[in-house]
Design a protein. Sequence first.
Length: 364
Amino acid sequence: MNDLHFFLGANTPIGFVSFYDEITKTTPDSRNFLIKGGPGTGKSSLMKRIREEFAPSEDFPESIHCSSDPDSLDALILPNAKTALADATPPHVIEPQYPGACETVVNLCSCWDEDALQSRRKEILTLSRQIAACHQQCVRFLSAAHSLLSDNYVFALNCLNPKKIAKTAAGILSRECRRKKDGSAVEKRRLLSAVTPKGILCFTGTIRTLCPRIYLIKDPYGAASNLLLTAIRSLLLQYDVTLYTCWCPLNPYGKIDHILVPELGLGFVTAGSSFPMEEFPEPYRVVSFTRFTDLEELSRKKQRLRFNRRAANEILDAAARSLRKAKLLHDGLEKIYTSAMDFDACEALTEQTAEALRRWKDAL
């Protein structure tokens, strides 16, 4: 099965950033299931149950993971079935735009004992505030790390030859893309990496699934790779292709880390940044930042560049530790909600959702 794994939201230097509007793009022939409930009420379990039944009949089902707990699902996208299921609660709240017509709300709140939760209100409030404080601390660490890495980025940027980068991008696309140039490209925004309680996590298996051929862009500073990928993205958007544009978790609106193009079997992957990419044994092509860089000018700041990198990596480790603390607290919050749940009712609601999805697929 060609499972794809991504994040659609993560803590960043500017707070929690969400790309969940990718799911809420409704069309007349799509249907979304928006799951409401508290922590530990079975939202992820419901999606895993649906994935088990429906993903095998999909070409490329997408499992969207929670950056605060990567073992949990925050969403499931089934492109063939024109369906998505999503945890529609904070910090990525989704409300139905066309309730009943294009979206179905799956309300797990109906399966809990509210009196039991009311009796533990103080514990719930205390834990929730402590969890929020950990996430705020994580964001502060990410902001500090980003400041240091941005210093490296700007200095490396000033040592580049942009014209050479643009020429390289055009040359790559002229060789690799023979498709119709009609501007009908479909772009999907994703995060392939995130800072999580497990540390920095990158779903490299997704790259291998979609892209037999990989252009590995080696760039320790991210400036050359971002200019090259930005140019490649602009060119790809002119063709009839689908591209997964994977943004950097430290700069989710300004820096591209990877671009994956399934129709071409082609991936453009950045290696060497603070979000490390495992080595691909036999990349199709290797593009080094050195071919675009004035190395003599860059060497003048090598001590400062090295210091910034080391300090940033230590701060990123501290951000992950904040998330580990948040995860432990969240586990305690989940136990409270789990103890108040009627899981027989949850199972019935899960089966009701699965049956609705079966009928939807049969009608396509």
